[in-house]
Design a protein around this ligand. Structure first.
Ligand code: UDX
Length: 450
């Protein structure tokens, strides 16, 4: 099928490259022409494991192109995926102006019937507004538009594997034609007839994805409800961690046992600095607003948000407790991305943490394997190290803010030798308290006996 992707950010690029891998002819476009120029020159505006190889291969085989004129992309696509950003407005609502803009573009440029698919995360009922907008903006053209919602569940860092091996594909549609078109798009994936470019464990052999056909509003709600539930789970684990700390229990032991109950499940129970990134916090906020506007008292969501905001404060209290005075202290920070395996620093707890420390007068030297370039403009006062060892050198405390796997493998004896004081505050419970103490560190983390 000929597919146009409008919006070449994380979701658009991963979806475009993966749909090309399934055998479709895909064109990706974006209103930011510099992004398209970078892509055309073989560069990638984001870091996402496996995506560069996938894009290069699809381009070589002529299945993926980039185009700086969105009107051309719209003209070409039989199906158009809307993957533009829906950032939070100051009041927490999702800003849907980019979606409205794309609707106008599609309605005025389309000369043949189009299936318009929302992939960006949007509040329930956006599909109805989109349908109305297409009808209004395109009233003189007579072109038929079908609208569908096909939410993405991609995690940054594993997005390619998540797309090609999803556990569910949700399609919110209004008629059988739209469902059939979407099924045709995903058929190679459902029948596993495409060649998978990445190997295990990223692409596990397992049950094929569940195909779920819903109303458009349900599909929209599924996305917000899923992300908000994950946020609730994390905040719950963080509160249990605080309690474990007071009671002398170990949060790792507690959540491990909880997770063995299939009704609870083991993931998203890691306590620490809390959740960040461009999805969970903004989706939670938008969901709160949607509930409020719909007259539903969903206070527990607000509580999850509040708990998450307090994680940084809790960590800074731990730092203050250990260092006594923060001003003028040299502090090393490991990790700036909102989670490992990404260079994304949007709403990253690590960034908030460092900004707070800088405000308190700490001298921060930070290291992140991928995210330093994106962190630099946000944190210009910080010194950036070439390695984790350099970040630790002469530091009176070393903080772990993102749980990159490579930090676990550091030569910790070497780290201890170069630090001014062998103090580690582990904001992600990455290391073993017992082992770190055996190596001669003062070690503090969340919800585990110090
Ligand atoms: C999320 C959803 O998981 C994905 O389905 C959706 O499509 C987009 O939003 P992502 O933003 O990539 O994906 O991050 P995710 O892996 O969900 O992690 C979000 C945040 O929660 C990170 O800051 C992470 O460090 C934190 N987290 C996660 C915890 O603090 N504890 C956990 O147990 C799990």
């Amino acid at each position: 099928m000929k597919i146009a992707i409008v919006g070449s950010g994380y979701v658009g690029l991963v979806s475009g490259a993966c749909l090309a891998q399934l055998g479709h002819e895909v064109v990706c476009t974006d209103s930011d022409t510099s992004k398209i120029r970078t892509l055309e020159a073989g560069g990638l505006p984001i870091y996402e494991p496996g995506l560069d190889t996938l894009i290069a291969q699809a381009r070589r085989e002529g299945r993926l192109t980039f185009c700086s004129n969105p009107a051309d992309a719209v003209a070409m696509g039989e199906a158009i995926f809307i993957c533009v950003g829906t950032p939070p407005l100051p009041n927490g609502d999702a800003d849907l102006s980019a979606i409205d803009h794309v609707a106008r573009l599609i309605a005025t440029e389309a000369k043949s019937p189009k299936l318009v698919i929302e992939k960006s995360t949007v509040p329930a009922r956006t599909g109805q507004e989109l349908k109305r907008a297409l009808a209004v903006y395109g009233r003189k053209t007579g072109v038929v538009f079908r609208v569908a919602s096909n939410p993405e569940f991609l995690r940054e860092g594993t997005a390619v594997g998540d797309f090609l091996h999803p556990d569910r594909i949700v399609v919110g549609v209004e008629d059988e034609t739209a469902e059939k078109q979407l099924r045709d798009i995903y058929r190679p994936l459902l029948e596993r007839t495409f060649s998978c470019p990445i190997h295990a464990p990223a692409c596990p052999e397992g049950p094929a994805a569940t195909w779920l056909v819903t109303t458009i509003s349900s599909a929209e709600l599924i996305k917000h409800a899923s992300n908000s539930f994950l946020a609730l789970k994390i905040s719950y684990a963080n509160m249990v961690a605080d309690l474990a700390e007071r009671l002398g229990a170990d949060i790792g032991e507690v959540t491990r046992a909880m997770g063995l109950d299939p009704r609870i499940g083991p993931s998203f129970l890691s306590a620490g600095l809390g959740f960040g990134g461009f999805c969970l916090p903004k989706d939670l906020q938008a969901f709160v607003h949607l509930a409020e506007r719909s007259g539903v008292d969903f206070t527990m969501l607000k509580e999850a948000e509040k708990i998450n905001r307090r994680r940084i404060e809790r960590f800074v209290e731990k730092i203050r407790d250990a260092l006594w005075v923060i001003r003028e202290k040299r502090v090393g920070v490991l990790g700036l991305a909102f989670k490992p395996d990404t260079d994304d620093v949007r709403f990253a707890p690590a960034i908030d943490l460092v900004a707070t420390l800088v405000r308190e007068g700490a001298r921060v030297r930070a290291y992140d394997p991928e995210a330093m370039e994106k962190a630099r403009p946000l944190l210009p006062e910080v010194e950036y190290a070439q390695s984790a060892y350099e970040a630790a050198r002469d530091a009176e405390a070393l903080l772990i803010a993102t749980e990159w796997g490579q930090f676990r493998q550091l030569d910790w004896d070497q780290v201890r030798e170069t630090m001014a004081r062998p103090l580690i505050l582990d904001g992600r419970n990455l290391l073993s308290p017992k082992e770190m103490k055996a190596r001669g560190f003062e070690y503090r983390s969340f919800g585990r006996p110090d």
